[in-house]
Ligand binder design. Structure first.
Ligand SMILES: Nc1nc2c(ncn2[C@@H]2O[C@H](COP(=O)(O)OP(=O)(O)O)[C@@H](O)[C@H]2O)c(=O)[nH]1
Ligand SMILES: [Mg+2]
Length: 397
């Protein structure tokens, strides 16, 4: 599962990425700093089952558990900036778009302060309408998918007509990289009201079809970034576009995480505020910077929005539940005695066998039964795992 960060250059994608993954990414106030995509791991919060199970603590292999909150790894991708006509190759756009193939959900990072033009060049604050960026980027994504479908279209369409084939059967192959299946494509074709004769499909028809596929396979959430310097009316207007839109300040999140690491503030990602721990470590400028974050971000928006948006993308849009596999259902441990060692994000509706496969292919293939460690009840391969489940998998060899 992969969360992709998209947007034009200079909106704060790499800052958002660094803040959420703590992986270094080049950040600069000029376009095209990022060329190769950055891949990193962010951590999402979930209530840790060790509390309800009456255990003193747990010992995660990845992430951490603090004060009853478990931090669960999820992959994030920071793609280079996309400009208008990216799908036609502008600014290496088609290469950058291809980097997005594997993403399951997209966070479109928008410069809500309107201080960058359509190509990401700095302009006076509030002089560019960010709603235009939402429009162009959505259209670029649609045209990109439309272009994948429409490669050598005249010949392909003739072939489909001659063989009297179903277009989805022929065209689905082109979309396997996007994780789109034949029946998804058939559904999208029906929904897009494509002309009945395939040879009559125009580029515009294909873009419309691309849009339908994009809505199904790459849902978009908006990060209204640079919210600290945005006009409140603009933020409100962007929240009314019909997409999930969260005001964010990626640079504030990055500053707070660094300050927390340095022991200067107490702050956990997602917190609505922070507290100063050691003022003596701060110079006047740093103190002022933190005060500004409180005034311009925490107070008006109730947090930096970064953690909130990631969790919204994964839990709500991708509909993931958290499941904990163990090898010993009495002590909730693995072979090494680690308590609740792993947490997996599975799609709601996933089964015990799906969990087994996620742990190891062998476990999935030789699945015998599961044991719900909370109730000690045996569960079958088709048992639908529930959020927070702790499951032991018993497999043959
Ligand atoms: N005011 C403000 N500036 C930000 C914020 N996030 C990022 N920036 C600045 O925006 C510029 C571009 O950031 P970068 O992450 O490199 O953008 P990218 O090209 O989209 O990856 C840098 O100068 C950042 O410091 C924010 O929340 N508020
Ligand atoms: Mg960047």
């Amino acid at each position: 599962m992969l969360v992709g960060l998209v947007g034009k250059p200079n909106v704060g994608k790499s800052t958002f990425f660094s803040a959420s993954t703590k992986a270094p990414a080049e950040i600069a106030n000029y376009p095209f700093t990022t060329i190769a995509p950055n891949r990193g791991v962010a951590y999402l919060r979930a209530p840790c089952p060790h509390v309800a199970l009456g255990l003193a603590a747990c010992t995660p292999r990845t992430g951490k558990c603090a004060e009853g909150t478990r931090w669960i790894p999820a992959e994030v991708l920071d793609v280079a900036g996309l400009v208008p006509d990216a799908h036609a190759g502008k600014g290496m756009g088609n290469k950058f778009l291809d980097d997005l193939r594997a993403a399951d959900v997209l966070i479109h990072v928008v410069d809500a302060s309107g201080s960058t033009d359509s190509e990401g060049n700095p302009v006076p604050a509030h002089s560019h309408d960010p709603a235009k960026d939402v429009e162009f980027l959505t259209r670029e994504l649609d045209a990109w998918i439309g272009g994948i479908l429409g490669k050598d279209f005249a010949a392909t369409a003739r072939g489909i007509t001659m063989k009297n084939a179903k277009p989805e059967v022929v065209l689905a192959e082109r979309l396997t990289g996007l994780g789109v299946k034949e029946h998804d494509l058939a559904k999208a074709i029906a929904k897009s009201e494509m002309p009945p004769v395939v040879t009559k499909w125009t580029d515009e028809d294909l873009i419309r079809l691309g849009g339908e596929i994009r809505r199904q396979s790459k849902p978009i959430l908006l990060a209204l970034n640079k919210a600290d310097s945005a006009d409140p009316a603009t933020v409100k207007r962007l929240q009314g576009l019909g997409l999930t839109a969260v005001p964010t300040s990626a640079s504030s999140e990055l500053a707070l995480r660094k300050a927390a690491d340095a022991g200067v503030v107490r702050y956990e990602p997602g917190d609505a505020d922070f507290t100063l721990v050691d003022e003596s470590k701060l110079n006047a400028a740093q103190k002022k910077g933190l005060e500004q974050i409180r005034e311009k971000v925490m107070r008006p928006f109730g947090g930096t929005g970064v953690q909130k948006l990631l969790e919204e993308a994964v839990y709500r849009f991708l509909d993931r539940v958290v499941v904990y596999p163990v090898e010993d259902e009495t002590h909730f441990t693995d072979k090494e005695g680690r308590v609740l060692p792993d947490a997996h994000l599975l799609k709601r509706g996933a089964t015990a066998r799906d969990l087994a496969y996620k742990v190891h292919t062998d476990l999935g293939e030789h699945f015998i039964r599961g044991v719900n460690a909370r109730t000690k009840r045996v569960v079958g391969a088709e048992y639908e795992v529930q959020d927070g489940d702790v499951i032991r998998i018993v497999a043959g060899k």
